[in-house]
Design a protein around this ligand. Structure first.
Ligand code: SF4
Ligand code: SF4
Length: 192
């Protein structure tokens, strides 16, 4: 009898405690900022284009060879609006083969790829987890918005920005001093 009362007390105490589990998949618990989900490509909102230049470094270092990328000449560089001569054209990651090691993030020199918070990509087909550039950027933008992500270093100036800076510095230079009357009269004497 005493043991039953003790057991009832434990049950009642447990019922009053705050719930720490969630009814997945109806309910989702937030993940920590440091959580490493699938890799995603990030968007440069200053230049309005991806950070990724398609340099292929991550592709070469990926231990499972689940990535592929192609670059092309950046038309926005030719117009003077971007500092990136080359930009990503196609990118694909087969997330079925990704082991979430984070090597692609470590080797990227351009702040272009991060381990996002995406972790629910179940599908039925063999190739359902082959994600393309558009999908990777969508995942990246969501990650940037959710975490308030900031790039590690500012962008280099674009051709237009460089030109504007040169014009500004030239406009700020003091005007050349007029020749002194003494020097002017000597010059006149020489010419006469
Ligand atoms: S993600 Fe980084 S390392 Fe990979 S291709 Fe793009 S710029 Fe290069
Ligand atoms: S996290 Fe690792 S396995 Fe996945 S794409 Fe990046 S380098 Fe490849």
């Amino acid at each position: 009898m005493i043991n039953s009362i003790k057991a009832l007390r434990v049950t009642l105490r447990s019922m009053a405690r705050k719930r720490v589990t969630a009814e997945y998949p109806k309910e989702h618990l937030p993940v920590d900022n440091r959580y490493m989900g699938f890799p995603a490509l990030l968007w440069d909102f200053q230049r309005d284009e991806p950070f990724c230049t398609g340099c292929m470094v991550c592709v070469r270092y990926c231990p499972t060879q689940c990535m592929s990328a192609e670059m092309h000449d950046n038309p926005r560089f030719a117009e003077g609006d971007s500092h990136r001569r080359k930009i990503i054209q196609t990118f694909e990651i087969n997330l079925n083969r990704c082991i979430l090691c984070g090597i692609c993030v470590d080797v990227c020199n351009f702040d272009a790829i991060e381990m996002s918070h995406e972790h629910e990509l179940a599908g039925r087909g063999r190739n359902d987890q082959r994600v393309d550039l558009g999908e990777l950027l969508k995942m990246g933008k969501k990650y940037q918005a959710d975490t308030g992500w900031k790039q590690s270093k500012p962008n280099a100036p674009s051709p237009k920005e460089k030109e504007a800076a040169t014009q500004k510095s030239e406009a700020g230079k003091p005007a050349p001093e007029p020749p002194s009357p003494e020097g002017a009269s000597r010059a006149e004497g020489r010419s006469g």
